[in-house]
Design a protein around this ligand. Structure first.
Ligand SMILES: *Cc1c(COP(=O)(O)O)cnc(C)c1O
Length: 460
């Protein structure tokens, strides 16, 4: 064994060989030394276990190739591009909304160079980073002003921390939501330093419940859109409109966490309806918050719209600085919002809406192409086309499904689905479907780039 250990090169010696010098030129001293040391320790372990010299230390050339491979691998970004065939168009785990072409361009410009982010080009003086978007949102929603933060969770935190610290916020028991991750309304309230006052019951809350809970310490009446669940049966809830009227009586503002927050009426496309931001603003809600990367189809952001003096206070709170967005996100968001100035064009310009509104015939045609491509390569499986149900996702209308088509794959021989799932995941651009009723479902509605998908399948 000792003889084997002695055959391992020393770091210094290897670096002085022509192979070592090649590596140094290509990757630099630190990375090469780090990987070589790691490889030597693996080599020693290998010798202990196998009483044999590992192949990667057989000669200098083998060591060179092995290290080259590893060091090149390190440059590959691990946040990989994947094909979304889950049928969930806005999939939080897969990065939610795809950016519109114009948003990508705007972001690229912003990231490559300097932009007039907090600079007023007309006046030649300092300005505010949310200004451009605030003006646009005023035009689009009818609100007086807007404030942009990292995400909607941050938006809720900022609203509560600014106006309700050490005060009470009244909310229905039916709206104490958990969105996933660590976003639970009661926890956010605790973080913001405000006291949660729950009223009503899980299934029924009435206006009088809110009325009875109001006292001199009440900061807000709060509504939270139940995005990701549905209460049915014997139910009652109080609308924003009614709450606004009650709030006016006591001079207490109403805020709404709208979640997805659509800016257009989705029922015109036969899609499940979501309340719109405009609707809430028109009803007199003081502050409305929503996400930028859900139905809006833009960048990850939290958007708060409302009265000027309220927004000004949000902007002045120290937490705003903590939660603010960077130039790239703001550029992407502004470009996305500009698309809403031409709403008839949105189904072409906004990828999220394009995916959601694809006709069932188009999806069937795509399913046929995908099936033809897959069936050739998966002779050990049953490959079929089936009607499927897609979803908006990200908590929008969890009960509502959108008709779709899927290619389904079932076991035919003893070759297992798990084996195929592993192959799909190991692809350069992995294919992510869903497993249901003992089959893999590849739903076409959520596919961002169908041509790229076919290219990937051809390499199977
Ligand atoms: C999605 C959602 C959130 C969280 O929004 P993010 O942008 O993911 O932070 C908060 N509230 C509701 C009602 C939601 O639907």
């Amino acid at each position: 064994m000792t003889a084997l250990f002695q055959q391992l090169p020393s770091v210094d010696k290897f670096l002085k060989t022509p192979e070592g010098e090649m590596l140094l030129t290509e990757f630099g001293h630190s990375a090469v030394v780090r990987e070589l040391r790691q490889l030597l320790s693996e080599g020693r372990e290998f010798i202990k276990q196998h009483q044999n010299l590992p192949y990667f230390f057989a000669d200098h050339l083998s060591t060179l190739h092995y290290l080259q491979e590893r060091l090149t691998q390190q440059n590959h970004v691990q946040i990989k591009s994947v094909h979304n065939l889950t049928g969930t168009v806005l999939h939080t785990n897969l990065g939610r909304a795809l950016w519109a072409e114009s948003a990508q361009q705007a972001a690229l410009h912003a990231m490559k160079g300097n932009v007039a982010l907090e600079y007023d080009l007309e006046e030649g003086k300092r300005s505010h980073r949310d200004n451009y978007i605030s003006e646009l949102l005023t035009q689009l929603t009818g609100a007086e002003a807007a404030c942009i933060v990292n995400n909607n969770a941050a938006a809720v935190l900022l609203m509560l921390a600014t106006f309700a610290k050490d005060k009470e916020v009244i909310i229905s028991r039916g709206e104490l939501i958990e969105i996933g991750g660590a976003f639970r309304i009661p926890d956010i309230m605790a973080q913001a330093g405000c006291k949660l006052v729950e009223v009503g019951t899980t299934n029924r809350t009435h206006l009088k419940d809110y009325r009875q809970a109001i006292n001199e310490n009440t900061a807000f009446l709060m509504k939270v859109h139940c995005s990701n669940y549905h209460i049915s049966g014997f139910t009652a809830s109080v609308s924003e409109q009614e709450l606004v009227d009650l709030g006016r009586e006591f001079d207490i503002p109403v805020i709404t966490d709208l979640g997805s927050g659509a800016l257009i009426d989705l029922s015109q496309y036969d899609l499940p309806n979501e309340p719109t931001v405009q609707e809430k603003v028109a009803q007199g809600v003081n502050l409305v918050s929503f996400s930028g990367d859900k139905l809006l189809g833009g960048t990850q952001a939290g958007i708060i719209v409302g009265k000027k003096e309220w927004i000004a206070q949000l902007q002045a709170h120290p937490l705003k600085r903590v939660l603010r967005c960077d130039k790239v996100i703001l550029a992407g968001l502004e470009a996305t919002l500009r698309l809403y100035l031409q709403p008839e064009k949105l189904i072409e310009t906004l990828p999220t809406l394009y995916l959601l509104t694809q006709s069932i015939d188009v999806l069937q045609e795509k399913a046929e192409q995908l099936k033809a491509c897959l069936a050739n390569r998966l002779k050990d499986y049953h490959v079929e086309i089936e009607e499927s149900f897609a979803q908006i996702g990200s908590g929008s209308q969890p009960m509502a499904t959108i008709p779709s088509f899927a290619v389904t794959i079932a076991e035919k021989t003893e070759v297992k689905l798990t084996a195929l799932l592993a192959i799909f995941k190991a692809l350069e651009q992995p294919i992510i479907g869903r497993v249901e009723k003992g089959k893999i479902w590849l739903d076409l509605r959520s596919v961002a780039d169908f041509k790229a998908l076919l290219d990937t399948v051809e390499k199977l």
